[in-house]
Write a protein that binds this ligand. Structure first.
Ligand code: SAM
Length: 226
C-alpha cells in the first residue's frame, strides 16, 4: 500500500476523498508542470489522513483505482515555532519542516529582539503564501496529514513550548513543542517564559538551521516511539 503512495507520479489534495475532483490549479500543475500522463498512477488525499490511488485523464478527471486507506494521526503531535527572519528563509523553513513531518508550524509574533516585523496586511498575505508552500511541500513529500500553519502567535500563548537555547538540556522525546528565537536571540524574560531550555548542540545555529535541526531530532524520537 505504501509504495502506491511513495511511487505515485504525483500526490494531490482534494476536498472530498469520496468524490475527488482537482482544482484548476492542481490540474494545471499535474498535467503541465509535472507532466503526468493519462493513466499514470497518482495518489489522492484529503489531508486529514485518508488517501487512495487513482489515475487522471487528459482533462484531469480523476478515476479512483484503490480502496480508501486511513492513516491514523501521528502518535504525538510535533510543533516548531520560530521567529520570522529575513528574506525567503521563513518559506524555506516552512517547506523543510513540512517535509520532515512537523504537525504544527508557528511563526511567532515579534519578540523583543526581532529584526523583522510584519504589519497586519503583510502578515495575512505571507500566511496565505506559507500555507501554499506547506501544501506544495506536502504534495512533494506524500503527506496525508496536512500541517497546521499559524502566524502572529505570542510566545506566552504557547504554554507547552520549550525554548531552544544552547544552555539547555539535550532534546529528548518529552520535547514536542520547541520555540526558536530570532537572529538576536531571546531576551532573558523570554528564555524563562517556556517549560525550560532545550539544547540542539554546542554551536550557535542560525534560526532556520535550529528549526530544521529541532524537527529532525523531534521526529527521530517519534519514529523510535520514546
Ligand atoms: N546571538 C544569539 C543568541 O546568543 O541567542 C543567537 C541567536 S540564534 C542565531 C537564533 C536562535 O536559534 C536562538 O534564539 C535559539 O533559539 C536557536 N539556537 C541557535 N543555536 C542553538 C543551539 N545550539 N541549541 C538550541 N537552540 C539554538
Amino acid at each position: 500500500m505504501i509504495s502506491l503512495l511513495r511511487d505515485s507520479a504525483a500526490h494531490v489534495f482534494v476536498d472530498s476523498i469520496d468524490a475527488p475532483t482537482l482544482s484548476e490549479g492542481d490540474a494545471h500543475h499535474l498535467l503541465r508542470v509535472l507532466r503526468v500522463k493519462s493513466r499514470d498512477s497518482i495518489s489522492i488525499s484529503d489531508g486529514k489522513g485518508k488517501w487512495c490511488a487513482g489515475v487522471i485523464d487528459s482533462d484531469a478527471v480523476v478515476e479512483v483505482t484503490s480502496e480508501v486507506f486511513v492513516v491514523p494521526a501521528p502518535k504525538w503531535a510535533l510543533t516548531v515555532a520560530f521567529s520570522v527572519v529575513k528574506g525567503d528563509r521563513p518559506e524555506w523553513t516552512v517547506q523543510k519542516l513540512t517535509e520532515l513531518g512537523i504537525d504544527e508550524i508557528v511563526l511567532l509574533a515579534p519578540t523583543s529582539r526581532s529584526v523583522v516585523r510584519w504589519d497586519a496586511g503583510r502578515a495575512n498575505k505571507n500566511l496565505e503564501r506559507l500555507r501554499l508552500v506547506a501544501r506544495e511541500a506536502s504534495m512533494q513529500s506524500r503527506r496525508v496529514w496536512l500541517p497546521k500553519i499559524d502566524s502572529g502567535v505570542a510566545l506566552t500563548q504557547l504554554s507547552a513550548a520549550f525554548i531552544a537555547d544552547p544552555n539547555g538540556v539535550a532534546l529528548d522525546a518529552s520535547h514536542r513543542t520547541l520555540a526558536i528565537g530570532p537572529e538576536g536571540g531571546f531576551a532573558d524574560e523570554e528564555l524563562n517564559a517556556g517549560q525550560g531550555l532545550v539544547s540542539l548542540g554546542e554551536t550557535v545555529l542560525r534560526a532556520e538551521t535550529a528549526a530544521i535541526s529541532a524537527a529532525v531530532l523531534m521526529s527521530n524520537y517519534r519514529i523510535k516511539g520514546s
